[in-house]
Design a protein around this ligand. Sequence first.
Ligand SMILES: NC(=O)c1ccc[n+]([C@@H]2O[C@H](COP(=O)([O-])OP(=O)(O)OC[C@H]3O[C@@H](n4cnc5c(N)ncnc54)[C@H](O)[C@@H]3O)[C@@H](O)[C@H]2O)c1
Ligand SMILES: O=C(O)C1=N[C@H](C(=O)O)CCC1
Length: 234
Amino acid sequence: MKIALLGYGKMGKTIEKLALEKGHTIVYKSTSNSEEGEFQEAEAVIEFSSPEAAVDNISKALNAGIPVICGTTGWLEKYDEMVNLCEKRNGSFISASNFSVGVNLFFNINEYVAKLMETWKDYTVSVEEIHHLQKKDAPSGTAITLAEDILKHSEKERWKLDASDKKFLNITAKREEDVKGTHIVSYDSAIDSISIKHEAHSREGFALGAILAAQWLQNKKGVFTMKDVLGIKN
Ligand SMILES: NC(=O)c1ccc[n+]([C@@H]2O[C@H](COP(=O)([O-])OP(=O)(O)OC[C@H]3O[C@@H](n4cnc5c(N)ncnc54)[C@H](O)[C@@H]3O)[C@@H](O)[C@H]2O)c1
Ligand SMILES: O=C(O)C1=N[C@H](C(=O)O)CCC1
């Protein structure tokens, strides 16, 4: 597969290393705005840039008719716009807050636990995420996905960063040196605590998932999720 990497930072470099090992070719890489047509020969655009850059990059790739795999977080208020553009262009698009297989399994575990805990009102649910010091967005995209899945089975109004009011689902975001990505969902009562945790040991899981998604998306049209790629059912 001929891959264009829009965003060539920690993730772009990890994807490049693993993609080359798997026999793919990197035909283009960028660390700033690209011009229309610059990555035209690519069979897949893998986009891991910044919250400010993602929409422009995705739009350029969809307008160029190239399948897009987007891992950038922090831009989701424009997600529907990108879905509409994909449909208009008859394109191919996958965006995921987290591409690792482990986290996508964790998403299902989280939803299962949320359903189970729905009737046990003595427990208060909360989400904690820990990432490296360079991370631009908070809370993480993964924490937002976890929170939205919990909210489907909760009376809480919505999630909120550092919420003290019980009507909100509290998310705590911590920044520590070199943490690749840790997510903990906790249910606390006066008597005890139950928690589930996912901890990434490296960025390879995210990168392998993005490459897998790019391969899976070849010759498909439409907007898909990582659950489609992995064949995970709710
Ligand atoms: N979905 C996932 O599985 C997953 C996993 C890890 C990181 N991420 C997300 O991916 C994004 C990138 O993470 P990172 O750790 O590689 O960040 P990073 O800061 O190391 O790299 C980002 C790169 O994007 C470049 N960039 C900025 N503007 C650009 C533009 N207009 N076009 C192309 N490149 C541009 C920067 O120069 C930098 O090289 C973040 O939003 C992060 O939250 C998602
Ligand atoms: O390093 C990051 O930045 C990560 N971002 C994603 C998120 O916001 O959830 C996935 C984990 C790593």
